[in-house]
Design a protein around this ligand. Structure first.
Ligand code: TTP
Ligand code: MG
Length: 393
């Protein structure tokens, strides 16, 4: 199943969230000049007939008390990044298509997050919890119908088109609602008496191809419910790391290990928040004379627990011949995979792997506490003492 997620009145909703005085009011975000057009209209403004791309003067005529905001693109881009980040937690196949919409292919994600509808509800819940914004979601067996579905119950809606309902939807779907069919194409369609997508079925695919080119061939597939456009994920981040310059240069291994543990913890948390697992760990050491080294290695298995990351970082450190004091320490992970993607398991896990598996559930519990109550409430016992070192406190 494919999910299409589209934020509701995106720019206007961000403004209403950040300025409670605007809640429930007709608001538009638009440019300043006389010739400006509406880029977003709040749902309250839409009741007056105001919509995107309408000239602002016309919006004022329809609703004289309309609130006009200049907008803040940087803020919307920052929120958009956070939204895409949330979506990528649910599937490795996530394709952002504009500032406020994205497709997700959720095949294979069921064991981790439940049915497509459950995934949709979780996405809505997470976006609301983390950004206080609502979105609408369409779920369908193919991409173009997922997009159509997300628009069916706006705002704050979720619509599922099942395989068995596809024909009915196609039968009723006005041709101009099909993504990619513009005004020019519509005129030609009208001359052929094509009103709904279903009507396209009456035409020979070769004829459609000759008349409309690529779009004609696409329509003759879409009208039969076939859409093989894949969801193409945006390339994922290449690495996650955490490093600090120390207040005082140090050289004792126990002190170094404590700092590596703290970094492993931070990196692990970021990794798990994205629902990723990794296959490579590295450390970075800068010495008091500002010379710098990095060491890294591929891990035996896919890992995500802070302890597994720390074990690798500690082992890398043990191999370094330390001759000077250290002024900066860092830990990084790379070579990612989404948790829902299949991994080759070792048939006979060794003790280390078994212990890491157990630590993963401890991490999950700690992560959820930290998410709720802030970042310093729970930490490794060894990090709460000034001296000492030990392993995996
Ligand atoms: P849309 O998703 O098309 O619209 P929307 O999010 O405002 O409302 P809806 O609930 O119907 O999805 O566009 C997303 C944002 O992109 C929108 O908030 C503002 C921006 N945008 C423009 O800047 N210019 C435009 O012409 C359109 C259509 C959108
Ligand atoms: Mg939108």
């Amino acid at each position: 199943m494919i999910l299409h997620v589209d934020m509701d009145a995106f720019f206007a909703s961000v403004e209403q969230r950040d300025n409670p005085g605007l809640k429930g009011k007709p608001v538009i975000v638009s440019g300043h000049s006389k010739r400006s057009v509406v880029s977003t209209a709040s749902y309250e403004a839409r009741k007056f007939g105001i919509h995107s791309a309408m000239p602002v003067f016309q919006a004022k005529q329809l609703c004289p008390h309309i609130i006009i905001l200049p907008g803040n693109r940087e803020k919307y881009v920052a929120d958009s990044r956070r939204i895409m980040d949330i979506l990528s937690r649910f599937s490795p196949l996530m394709e952002p298509v504009s500032i406020d919409e994205a497709y997700l292919d959720v095949h294979g994600c069921e064991t981790l997050f439940g049915s497509p509808e459950e995934i949709g509800l979780k996405i809505k819940g997470t976006i609301f919890q983390e950004l206080a914004l609502s979105c609408s979601i369409g779920i369908a067996p193919v991409r173009f119908l997922a997009k159509i579905a997300s628009d069916m119950n706006k705002p704050d809606g979720m619509t599922l088109i099942r395989q068995k309902d596809m024909e009915n939807v196609i039968r009723d779907l006005p041709i101009h609602r099909v993504p990619g069919v513009g005004a020019q194409a519509m005129k030609q369609m009208a001359s052929l008496q094509i009103e709904t997508l279903w009507d396209v079925r009456h035409f020979d695919p070769d004829l459609l191809n000759r008349k409309f080119g690529k779009m004609g061939s696409r329509l003759s597939r879409l009208c039969r419910g076939i859409d093989d456009t894949p969801i193409e994920p945006r390339s994922i981040r290449k690495s996650i790391s955490s490093e600090t310059t120390l207040a005082d240069d140090i050289s004792d291994p126990a002190g170094v290990k404590k700092i590596l543990l703290a970094h492993a913890h931070r990196v692990g948390r970021d990794l798990r928040k994205k629902n990723w697992i990794c296959r490579h760990v590295s450390i970075k050491i800068k010495f008091s004379d500002f010379s710098q080294i990095t060491r890294g290695r591929k891990t035996k298995t896919w890992i995500s627990s802070s302890n597994a990351i720390f074990d690798e970082a500690g082992a890398l450190f043990d191999k370094v011949n330390i001759q000077k004091k250290i002024r900066l320490l860092g830990v990084g992970v790379s070579n990612f995979k989404h948790k829902s993607e299949p991994v080759q398991m070792n048939l006979i896990p060794d003790d280390g792997e078994k212990i890491h598996k157990q630590w993963e559930s401890v991490d999950a519990a700690v992560d959820s506490v930290l998410l709720k109550f802030g970042s310093d409430l729970v930490q490794k016992a060894v990090l709460t003492h000034k001296s000492g070192g030990g392993k995996n406190g």
